[in-house]
Write a protein that binds this ligand. Structure first.
Ligand code: ADP
Ligand code: MG
Length: 263
């Protein structure tokens, strides 16, 4: 579903991604872990072409983007078609404050896909139910908890019917007791076969929900492997050092507090 080959990105003299290669099969879930500043967000943004790589190849489903020919950047229409295949959810929810939960979810289908209001409404109500917030349709973001806002943001991304979902530390800004309800939604999407790449600091969650884990540091993939193997038995010293910050930490116990379907 996703194939990344030799992806490079620098900002000025700072090399942020150094020849990253990555494969995610259809229905696969890959967790990206690593210290702050290692390039995880930049990699996700490149997958969504919010950031244009300097060189390398990204294949998404049937579409291939080759950035190695720097002087021939993809045209806007190509970029838009490519972007539409991915849905991205960020740490900050970025909901439109002047729109209800329902209107936030309808916005993309109506304005971008030119869907009929009635169709977009039915889709949005279905997605609200899916994230356990059917009763919050007419509520404005300011009246929602962080966990509820993040679930609306996930529903909004799903409304564009992406083939791949990208999650960038979507629980990092949440109070601990709200983390579980968001992870539960992501877990459910994984069970339904959604292809996903997620950046997370929730190691127990990564081990549990991801098939593969990729450990990045300084713009390089230091280690990659089956989720439980990499997290329980990393082979690289750098991975062990990073993971030692989490052992005995608060994650693990966290998700049990969350259920889909409660709001
Ligand atoms: P992570 O998500 O792993 O914390 P990021 O991908 O956000 O890492 O950032 C990697 C490095 O790239 C950091 O040093 C960051 O300051 C830098 N960086 C990210 N985006 C930009 C940008 N638009 N301009 C300049 N530097 C950037
Ligand atoms: Mg980041």
């Amino acid at each position: 579903m996703i194939e990344v080959i030799g992806l490079k990105k620098s900002f000025g003299s700072l090399t942020v991604l150094e020849s990253i290669s990555l494969t995610v099969p259809r229905g696969g879930v890959v967790a990206l872990i690593g210290p702050s500043g290692s390039g995880k967000s930049t990699l996700l943004r490149c997958l969504n072409l919010l950031t244009i790589p300097d060189s390398g190849i990204i294949r998404l489903d049937t579409q291939t983007m080759d950035f190695s020919k720097g002087d021939r950047l993809p045209r806007d229409r190509e970029l838009a078609a490519f972007r539409a295949k991915t849905g991205m959810v960020f740490q900050s929810f970025n909901l439109f404050p002047h729109m209800t939960a329902l209107e936030n979810i309808m916005e993309g289908p109506v304005t971008v896909r030119k869907a009929k209001q009635s169709d977009a409404r039915a889709l949005a109500l279905g997605l609200l139910a899916k994230v356990g917030l059917r009763d919050k349709a007419d509520v404005y973001p300011e009246k929602l908890s962080g966990g509820q806002k993040q679930r609306v943001a996930i529903a909004r991304a799903l409304a564009m019917q992406p083939q791949v979902m990208l999650f960038d530390e979507v629980t990092s800004a949440l109070d601990p007791e709200l983390v579980g309800e968001v992870l539960a939604v992501i877990r459910q999407l994984a069970a339904e076969g959604m292809t996903m790449v997620l950046v997370t600091h929730e190691m127990a969650f990564a081990r549990d929900v991801a098939d593969r884990v990729v450990f990045m540091r300084d713009g390089v993939v230091m280690e990659e492997g089956a989720a439980s193997q990499l997290i329980d038995n990393p082979t690289q010293q750098a991975t062990r050092t990073f993971l030692s910050h989490f052992h005995g930490g608060r994650e693990g116990a966290r998700e049990s507090s969350g259920r889909v379907g409660s709001s």
